[in-house]
Ligand binder design. Structure first.
Ligand SMILES: Cc1ncc(COP(=O)(O)O)c(C=O)c1O
Length: 410
């Protein structure tokens, strides 16, 4: 297309950008919109959920986002006279609401301190900006969340990717490139499998490396009263940093870095997200404090999540799907985008809604449908989804998927 970035004059139509940007937008059009039957990106289906649809998209794993105690805690602050502090975290001191929540989270997870951030993304990017630079070797599991990859990029460090959950490969890379920082997720958000934490943290300590474990999908759902996988394995004193999105089991909009008191002293004055971006508001923090109490107290929610997840995973395996999940995150890998589109449509047609993951969240030929199981689901609802998955197996070509063949090959 010709370079004509204001061809529409004042008529507010046909306003194009210079070619360097238009080219990028057109590439997105070709890649994402055009190939799909409904003209929308693959992550957007053609159906709208109706009453009775089964929603397996939300990461509110403990089913608490509308809990009355949490709502009340937020409302109490909103209804108070006076303004909430609106400012960057760098100005918030000991004695602030933020500080008390951070202390409570540290105690909960068995650490000395924690740092409340605006999101899991901000936590990971801010942490990497502070702890790494051009001279740092960073060892990162290939499936680690994009926010940690982005943090590595921002820090200028050199990433060495190790094969997913392959601690022997990690150790070979460290032997080759020397001491550095190890990044991993405890529970992987695409396929729901769990990291070999004991092995990896042992390697980190033997090689005097810093370890960062992203517990976004295990904090609240795993470990004693929801304290996470690091705590459940007795590793709290061996791991340097836990990071987490509080938009999963905590069902809020925030993130956290869990760390030593020593490190927490410096972070607000070094991390750009703490200096150049505003902190959470008091009503949001009040909601999170109430959420922490609900999470600590309601073991029955974790139990029901564990039962539901196991029932669903085993049910899918019995009918031939290759599931690598060990948790509440359960993915069916259609592989090719056209296959995942067929699968998505067949599920939505029958009132089952999951989340499509595709490039850049997965390799291009390994797109998948992710189901997030939660503790409030009833067995008959999960059984319905299993029945649907069985009914559509032939229609969606499940037997011919690469993931199915991998399973058969053992
Ligand atoms: C493992 C992991 N880390 C970090 C994030 C980012 O969290 P947030 O959505 O709070 O920015 C996510 C969210 O998708 C995640 O799954």
């Amino acid at each position: 297309m010709a370079y004509n970035y204001l061809s529409g004059g004042n008529k507010k139509k046909n306003i194009f950008f210079p070619e360097f940007l238009e080219k990028k937008l057109q590439a997105c059009d070709q890649e994402l919109f055009r190939p799909r039957k409904n003209g929308k990106p693959l992550v957007i289906g053609s159906k709208t959920p109706a009453a009775g649809s089964i929603m397996l998209q939300s990461n509110d794993y403990l089913n608490i986002s509308s809990h009355p105690l949490i709502r009340r805690a937020q409302l109490e602050v909103l209804q108070k006279e006076g303004n909430e502090p609106v400012m960057s975290a760098v100005f918030l001191h000991e004695g602030s609401d933020k500080y008390f929540f951070e202390q409570a989270m540290a105690e909960f997870t068995g650490f000395e301190s924690s740092i409340l951030c605006q999101s899991g993304w901000a936590a990971n990017v801010g942490l990497m900006q502070v702890i790494a630079d051009q001279s740092t070797a960073v060892y990162i599991d290939f499936f680690t969340h994009m926010s940690l990859w982005e943090g590595v990029k921002i820090s200028g460090a050199t990433p060495y990717a190790f094969r997913h959950n392959d601690s022997a490969h990690l150790e070979r890379l460290i032997n080759e490139h020397g001491q550095g920082i190890i990044l991993l997720d405890s529970l992987y958000s695409t396929n729901g499998d769990i990291a070999p934490l004991l092995d990896i943290i042992d390697i980190a300590n033997r090689h005097n490396c810093i370890s960062v474990v992203d517990e976004s999908h295990s904090l609240g759902t795993h470990g004693p009263h929801g304290a996470g996988l690091v705590a459940s394995l007795g590793l709290s004193h061996k791991v340097h940093f836990i990071t987490a999105s509080l938009a999963k089991a905590f069902a809020g909009r925030a993130g956290i870095i869990i760390c030593s008191r020593h490190f927490a002293k410096y972070y607000p004055y070094m991390a750009y997200p703490a200096i150049f971006s505003s902190a959470l508001l008091s009503h949001e923090i009040a909601g999170l404090r109430a959420t922490l109490e609900v999470i600590k107290n309601d073991d029955y929610r974790r139990e029901s999540l564990r039962e539901n997840s196991e029932f669903f995973r085993e049910g899918l395996r019995k009918i031939g799907y290759n599931i690598s999940s060990q948790s509440q995150v359960v993915a069916i890998e259609g592989g090719l985008e056209s296959d995942t589109e067929l699968l998505r449509d067949a599920l939505e047609e029958r009132g089952v809604f999951g989340s499509v993951f595709m490039s850049p969240a997965t390799p291009k030929t390994r797109s998948l449908m992710r189901f997030s199981v939660h503790s409030g689901l009833k067995k008959f609802e999960l059984q319905y989804v299993l029945d649907v998955c069985e009914t559509i197996r032939d229609e969606v070509g499940m037997w011919n998927w690469k993931s199915t063949k991998r399973n058969k090959a053992g």
